[in-house]
Write a new protein. Structure first.
Ligand code: NAD
Ligand code: SER
Length: 399
């Protein structure tokens, strides 16, 4: 379980603050040094090496009061490691733990693990619908934190709604039960899809009407409620975010309504026109993957005393329409062309979702702040997609 094993105030001018007070504590897994923590907007640094921690503290302004906490997130299981998020979260967590712990990449027999993930650490066959497979991985690797990314995305879920429920809810139940029995923390992403047509569309509040019309959304609202239930009833440390549509280049998205905002980059870089399944003036909320990965880590190491919401926090980074995204791409690739062939299913889902979310609670409760806006994201995506095409990788869609 993610838990704080020690917490103390240290004033760097006081005699208590010396190298031994930090370096002597060799048993900690991760050290968090924070300025003004746990106040809203606090700045935190994570270090895994006590010597570095000491040097960082020494460099601080004289007389500043800081808090030091010893935090444990040692052995992590990521279920759904082959997906758009998992394939980037596993390497990020491995870098973050910096050999102070283990990240086990969970995957199913249907989708092979990418080579980089397979070679860089342990992996395990984990099917969320098979409770025993989760339990085996948790026990074998003494897991304390589970990232549960297994789901069917919104458009796919509409073609197989029973399966979407099975993976999203029966699977989540299995994860929560194993977490309860083994004292694990759990992160299960929710989505803008948890909202519906009656939800206020602009600057959607954290706590508001949630009556989604898709199976995907129904699993997301239920998942939020179940996760809160386990926290309130059993004190299982559940936390999550409502991700907007995620944009990335490493792994194609798995059948969502927001996939167009990834596919468009591959067409643009290949010099092909893009046929967009979403109408030009349909706004939705988006986030670039580096921010999404950072949010998944920062929430799980946040001071639990500050979390009033837990499941799930609104997140936001940029809101745009297909026409606005195409215009931004055209600034870099002047002959880029977009046409529209609206897919009625995806369009109706998009219209039922908010245009932009209010993420104030995430800012206040765990200091969340996105780094990428649309312009930065577009530049980075074009560069990286071009790099992949140069290496011979030419797919923006799942095989
Ligand atoms: P994805 O479709 O790319 O990946 C899903 C992963 O789940 C895959 O690795 C798949 O093999 C795995 N999976 C499917 N069935 C499984 C099962 N029975 N047992 C174990 N694993 C199983 O999805 P993603 O984009 O990586 O999304 C991960 C989570 O984030 C999901 O809960 C999704 O709803 C949520 N989310 C994603 C986005 C987005 O834009 N990508 C936005 C909002 C929320
Ligand atoms: N990207 C996801 C989807 O479109 C949003 O949760 O399904």
């Amino acid at each position: 379980m993610l838990h704080i094993t020690g917490l103390s105030h240290i004033d760097i001018d006081q005699p208590i603050f010396n190298s031994q007070s930090i370096i002597g504590k060799r048993s900690f897994d991760l050290l968090i040094i924070s300025k003004n923590w746990p106040s809203p907007g606090a700045k935190t640094w994570l270090v895994t090496n006590p010597l570095i921690a000491f040097r960082s503290l020494q460099n601080w302004e004289s007389g500043r009061s800081v808090e030091v906490s010893l935090i444990k997130m040692k052995n992590i299981l990521v279920i759904g490691s082959t997906g758009q998020i998992g394939s980037e979260l596993v390497p990020a967590l491995r870098t973050y733990l910096n050999e102070t712990g283990t990240v086990v990449a969970g995957y199913t027999s249907r989708t092979p693990l990418p080579q980089d993930i397979k070679e860089a650490g342990p992996s395990a066959l984990v099917n969320v619908c098979d409770k025993a497979s989760i339990e085996t991985a948790v026990k074998n690797y003494e897991i304390d934190t589970i990232y549960n990314l297994a789901a069917l995305l919104s458009a796919t879920a509409e073609s197989v709604p029973l399966k979407a429920w099975d993976v999203g809810i029966n699977g989540l139940f299995n994860v929560l039960e194993i977490a309860r029995e083994n004292h694990c923390s759990v992160f299960t992403p929710s989505s803008i899809g948890a909202f519906g047509p009656n939800t206020p569309k602009l600057n959607t509040p954290q706590d508001t009407i949630m009556r989604p019309t898709t199976m995907y959304g129904i699993t997301k609202v239920t998942g939020e409620l179940l996760s809160n239930y386990y926290y309130n009833k059993y004190e299982t440390d559940t936390r999550s975010v409502r991700y907007p549509g995620l944009i990335s280049y490493k792994t194609p998205p798995g059948g969502g309504t927001t996939d167009y905002a990834v596919e468009i980059f591959w067409s643009a870089v290949k010099g092909e026109p893009y046929k967009c399944p979403i109408a030009p003036d349909t706004p939705m909320d988006f986030m670039y993957m580096p921010d999404a990965i950072r949010a998944a880590i920062e929430l799980m190491i946040a001071n639990p005393e500050n979390l009033k919401h837990r499941n799930s926090f609104n997140l936001s980074a940029m809101s745009f329409t297909p026409a606005q995204l195409a215009k931004s791409i055209s600034k870099k690739i002047s002959d880029f062309k977009i046409t529209y062939e609206v897919d009625p299913l995806r369009q109706s889902i998009a219209e039922s979702w908010p245009d932009s979310l209010d993420e104030t609670c995430a800012e206040e409760e765990w200091g969340w702040k996105p780094e990428f806006d649309m312009e930065n994201m577009v530049g980075d995506m074009l560069e990286n997609v071009q790099g992949l095409l140069n290496k011979g990788n030419s797919s923006s869609k799942k095989e």
